[in-house]
Design a protein around this ligand. Structure first.
Ligand SMILES: [Zn+2]
Length: 620
């Protein structure tokens, strides 16, 4: 048959026109409302740790910091996360006015004089407690009890070996008794120091595989010395900024306490040796832990399911956070869906009291390699097309962060987007700065295993070791994408939640609403949770955590030795904070609050900027 050339040409042209029309429709910008997202200046940082954490009362643990090159950022995180009062000083005599002293990052012959070593020795003899990190100086051998030491970068594993040492009391699980500093594939990892002791009476608390001592306790006179061969400050901050040489044994869905063992060690050390120890609890209202529910809404399929998850959670009497991808462009990943019907669903979620937060614009897997951008990215010109190869040449960190907030704040009544979760948990180093400058307050983009911690923390700027951003990180512990399906590994999930509860840590759960099959698993998980584990959305808990972290408080003794006075000033609204006392509390004399048991009370709610004076009477 003879096909007419003009017919072929006509059909081709028609198809081309149709195709171009579709492309035109897809390219055409949706008529979405945006809110202005002003670019803020970074909040100034009190460069000087000595000023930021100045000595104010004897109950503070004194950190004697002997380096001007490193900052004690990791240690400050640990004490803040554990709610332990502390101060930082570079003067020995000032440090020794506090009964508990942490000395670091290392001590060599230039850091202390022989007279000062003698002063320190006298302090311990008279009942002081010193935690001495990395003593390299012969002048400290008599006090610290070591004969020699070896520093290398090849020790991958550490084991806590003492059976019943009070300082190890929180390290009860196998994952806590043995931890890793780096994956075996790395021949060289972080520096550690192993000691050989000269005093056989010392209690060895931790050792490396080569059987040299990593941590030991020595009772000396009326006091106690701890000898430590691990740079806790460095390990903590390195893990929290995800610069560890893949120290994690598990990425998600398994208890990975590689950072937390050091936090818990410091907590137990404080509680063991400070008879008047007072600490801020980590979980509000006396609960042991909190399960924080979140959902990542990644595509069209998920959107229609959101309401079913909301309905279940309303029935269970709990709340959650929906991280919403604001996809307004069609690309190789998916169609666009942030318009019309999606917005209706998001508005309904908000009306029902659920949190809606940002989960980027493009959801590109290469987000961690995006350029930082300029901060001028707006909806009207930001076009992050993701290609077949997963490349997104026009994507920027500022674009993903700022434009998603413009849209969520513009389209949802009463919305102020404050929380961010990166796509595929990929975290570019510029993210803390970009989030802070765009007015975000919290992030949940890191896997708990990756940062080896189950506690929230202030995330440092540029993921460096020098200073914090204003952002707080809430690492994800439990998720639903690993096989087998969540419904078939609920026992493992419960064990993870319980392991966290034993430490007063949280469990952040991520359940994608891409299938309603997961409803049953979530229901079973929430319903069978022990009563003393709270369930919350991310934002409510995050606000509590930040207010707790920023609380200024001090403890003063009273003329009556059975009484103590706490003065607390909260820059932010703070509700439900639990305070823990080592001594037995007989009564709250004044200031209000609710006593939970002999050792704990819940503070009355504090309004932003308010102060409270609390007087406590201890039992005789
Ligand atoms: Zn996602």
């Amino acid at each position: 048959m003879k096909v007419k050339w003009w017919l072929i040409a006509g059909v081709t042209v028609a198809l081309l026109v149709l195709f171009e029309w579709q492309v035109f429709l897809d390219m055409r910008l949706l008529p979405l409302r945006t809110a202005r997202v002003p670019l803020r200046e970074l909040r100034p940082w009190p460069d000087d740790f000595l000023q930021a954490y100045s000595p104010r009362f004897p109950l503070q643990v004194a950190v004697l910091w002997l380096s001007s090159e490193q900052t004690p950022l990791g240690l400050s995180h640990a004490f803040r996360q554990m709610g332990i009062p502390f101060c930082v000083t570079d003067r020995l005599d000032e440090a020794l006015r506090h009964p508990l002293v942490f000395i670091g990052p290392s001590v060599d012959g230039r850091a202390l004089s022989p007279a000062q070593a003698e002063q320190l020795s006298q302090f311990v003899t008279n009942g002081g407690v010193a935690f001495i990190q990395l003593p390299f100086w012969g002048g400290l051998k008599p006090l610290c009890g070591f004969r020699e030491y070896q520093s290398t970068r090849t020790r991958h594993w550490l084991s806590f070996v003492a059976e019943s040492a009070p300082a190890l009391r929180y390290l009860n699980r196998p994952e806590e008794r043995r931890i890793r500093f780096g994956a075996d594939g790395y021949p060289e990892i972080i520096w550690t120091t192993g000691y050989v002791l000269h005093d056989p009476g010392m209690a060895v608390l931790a050792e490396y595989k080569d059987r040299t001592v990593a941590l030991a306790r020595r009772d000396w006179g009326r006091g106690v010395v701890y000898l430590c061969g691990v740079d806790l400050n460095h390990v903590i901050i390195r893990n929290q900024t995800n610069h560890d040489p893949e120290a994690e044994r598990w990425y998600l869905n398994h208890f990975e306490p590689g950072t937390d063992v050091w936090l818990l060690l410091l907590r137990a050390w404080y509680e063991t040796h400070q008879p008047d120890a007072i600490r801020l609890g980590t979980i509000p209202n006396g609960h042991r832990s909190a399960l924080l529910l979140s959902h990542d809404v990644d595509g069209e399929l998920s959107i229609s399911n959101c309401l079913a998850f909301a309905e279940l959670e309303r029935r269970l009497g709990v709340s959650s956070t929906f991280f919403m991808q604001t996809k307004y462009l069609k690309d190789a990943l998916s169609r666009r869906f942030f318009y019309g019907p999606t917005l209706e669903i998001l508005r309904r979620l908000k009306e029902q009291g659920f949190e809606v937060q940002s989960h980027t614009v493009s959801h590109c897997e290469r987000f961690d390699r995006f350029a930082r951008g300029t901060g001028r990215e707006t909806f009207s010109q930001y076009r992050p097309y993701v290609g077949e190869d997963n490349q997104c040449p026009h994507g920027t960190v500022f674009g993903e962060v700022r434009v998603s907030k413009e849209l969520l704040d513009g389209e949802l009544p009463g919305q102020t987007t404050a929380f961010f979760r990166a796509a595929h948990l990929k975290f570019p180093p510029s993210l803390p700065e970009v989030l802070e400058r765009c007015g975000y307050e919290f992030d949940s983009s890191l896997a708990a295993g990756d940062v080896l911690t189950q506690f929230p923390y202030a995330i440092p700027l540029n993921l460096e070791f020098e200073r914090d951003s204003q952002l707080y990180e809430f690492p994800i512990a439990l998720e639903d994408e690993e096989a087998p399906p969540l419904g078939q590994r609920l026992d493992g999930a419960r064990d993870l939640i319980e392991a966290n509860a034993e430490n007063g840590a949280i469990t952040v759960a991520l359940i994608h609403p891409d299938s309603t099959d997961k409803l049953a698993a979530e229901e079973a998980l929430v319903q069978r949770l022990p009563k003393d584990i709270a369930v919350s959305d991310l934002l409510s808990f995050a606000r509590f955590w930040r207010a707790r972290d920023r609380l200024a408080w001090q403890v003063q003794s009273r003329p009556d030795p059975r009484e103590v006075e706490l003065t607390l000033t909260s820059p932010e609204p703070l509700s439900g904070l639990t305070i823990e006392f080592r001594r037995v509390v007989e009564a709250i004399v004044s200031g209000g609050g609710r006593q939970l048991d002999a050792h704990r009370l819940v503070l009355p709610a504090l309004a932003a900027g308010s102060s409270l004076t609390l007087r406590i009477r201890y039992a005789p």
